[in-house]
Design a protein around this ligand. Sequence first.
Ligand SMILES: *[C@@H]1O[C@H](CO)[C@@H](O)[C@H](O)[C@H]1NC(C)=O
Ligand SMILES: *[C@@H]1O[C@H](CO)[C@@H](O)[C@H](O)[C@H]1NC(C)=O
Ligand SMILES: *[C@@H]1O[C@H](CO)[C@@H](O)[C@H](O)[C@H]1NC(C)=O
Length: 733
Amino acid sequence: TLRISWHTRFMRIWRHLLRPRFFRCISKKKISVFESALQLISHLIAVFPCSKYVTEEGQRIVGGVLIGTGLWIAVTFVMRNVLKYLLSWHGWMFNRHGSLSLTTKIWLVLVKVCSGPKPMLYSFQNSIPRLPVPPIKDTVRRYLESARPLMDDEQYKRMEGLAKDFEKNLGPKLQWYLKLKSWWASNYVSDWWEEYIYLRGRGPIMVNSNYYAMDFLYVIPTTRQAARAGNSIHAIMMYRRKLDRAQIKPVSLNRVPLCSAQWERMFNTSRIPGLETETGRASRVFISQSKHIAVYHKGRFFKVWLFYDGRLLLPREIEQQIERILADKSEPHPGEELLAALTAGDRDPWAKARSQFFSRGKNKQSLDSVEKAAFFVTLDDTEQRYDPENSVQSLDSYGKSLLHGKCYDRWFDKSFNLIVFKNGTMGLNAEHSWADAPIVGHLWEHVLSSDPVRLGYTEDGHCKGNPHPNLPGPQRLQWDIPEEGQAVINSSLKVAKALADDVDMHIIPFNDFGKGLIKKCKTSPDGFIQIALQLAHFRDKGKFCLTYEASMTRLFREGRTETVRSCTTQTCDFVRAMMNDKATREEKLKLLKVAAEKHQDLYRLAMTGKGIDRHLFCLYLVSKYLGEDSAFLKEVLSEPWRLSTSQTPLQQVDLFDIKRHPEYVTSGGGFGPVADDGYGVSYIILGEDLINFHISSKHSSPETDSHRFGSNIRQAMLDMLDLFQFDNKASNK
Ligand SMILES: *[C@@H]1O[C@H](CO)[C@@H](O)[C@H](O)[C@H]1NC(C)=O
Ligand SMILES: *[C@@H]1O[C@H](CO)[C@@H](O)[C@H](O)[C@H]1NC(C)=O
Ligand SMILES: *[C@@H]1O[C@H](CO)[C@@H](O)[C@H](O)[C@H]1NC(C)=O
């Protein structure tokens, strides 16, 4: 096999070299150098004794291959390193909005040249720079700056003392170890982040960690549940095929490539509960080639093969399989109906139950089929849809259903669940440890853009094409769950249900204005919304709070996220001015500008590895490993985030025609409340005139109310726009 693989590799290189494009790139002169080298090699070969067994033609080919390979390796090596060097510069990000400096322009051209014509998903992986560890002094300074508006003078003085002490004494030692780690690890944060933030948690992952993505808001491609499932499952499998072949175009930010590592665990993987920690890595858990999906419907689990006769089933054939499941009237086995509640409750009982009841016989087989499936599908027996007549209640119910459902009808451990409701609406619920929302969003954009347009439906709402005449049906999974097992399931469900019932969800399609008008205000849309959230929060709770805004660090290898602390001295000044009747419009505008400027600055710092929180988090872990106690780190790490926010980016704008069909676009996604008495807000900016907010909090907190916060957000957005004195009705037209 080794020889074969070398052979194919050579053939590939050779084919690459023979592409006309390659030759066109090489000037005439270089070709003649190339040719003379070729001759030289064939002469050399002729000198060797073996030459008499090889024809002249053969010698030329061997020579060509040798030179080609050498040249190819040299060019790739040089390009890769030049690109790596180029990508470690982040000056482009600090250009003022809309204008590019000459340096940036030249730099962009160089990046483009080194990127090659048609990069594959992982083409850039070796060129993407490592995340640098920022100096402790800078991080501490930034931290103190961020803490200032949230503390009174006395508290701040105390904190400053702790911080300075840390910077001088314990800090440098921890920093030294962290630097050491950053030299050998591909990313000094990500493995710890995954383990400590996601995998070590012992509480439920439902609501607390998993998040969801929503369907179109205003269009209904079909009302047939099976047909919608048919098209979307097919679209997801097409995406997987592209992913397996690395044919997905790498995502870039202003033409700068981002790390693609997070795509690796999208399919065939599942989180597995364990007592100490858990693992979600496919390579450690499975070596499977999953050609099937697991489907849940009315308490029963099915295994559906997606390949037949060596090819992927077509949408209508998948619909046919789903129809068979919907028509199946068999009863659930004892314990089967509520089984998935195990993945929704606390982790330790699940880990114990898994080894106790699911490690042998048919239970193991069936569980394997679920965990090793390409992904999980729920055919939900409820109806969900945005109803303009009853927009608040219909969307709240829809959001809650995607976030937690009935607590036993989604497999929360699976990398993602596709949920198709009874009337054809759908959505995703994704596990968080393997990747961040933009990766799932990328898949979802692909699905939503293929579904109604490229795949389409027939007039009566079926998938196009014909059912297969002799396709074997889905396989019902068999379970034999003993009484004690059922008792564990029941108690997990109880825990999960309490959590789910407490979620206060509110979704607002905000269409008074959008990005178009915000840009006219010459502020970044994200900054504008973040400042509006600050204003809304102050009006809602009468105080400021530590605010988390997720930004990404995928400009670095294996980067995930960094926190932007978006409650700043500047935003507080602005909010106070807004609350002050005596402040003039000009004053408020000026403060808004300053606050937006500051926010953008923080955002850029976070994206370029100069944030606060990941660095402190890692220093804290080092201190734990060394058995050192730092009062400063302990305090910083235990401060609660009472406002947790995240923008869902729309990444493949070219897939959608937002101008002409603004309704054919995802409505974003959301996540559960992060703090007991705080808010979670996720928003997506769609086209020029629409922003969707997904707000969550807990009913049990007397301090919060998602609907009240929602109307505060709306009012804050409108009040801020008012400062600019546009006639917004006129510009909406
Ligand atoms: C998942 O399964 C597919 C198809 O069987 C396979 O090609 C792919 O490599 C697998 N992916 C992972 C991450 O294991
Ligand atoms: C589901 O869709 C059907 C058909 O479009 C509609 O009549 C029904 O009201 C929807 N259900 C909900 C809960 O919106
Ligand atoms: C678990 O709950 C189900 C449904 O509420 C009930 O029928 C069953 O008896 C319970 N089983 C045990 C062992 O508690």
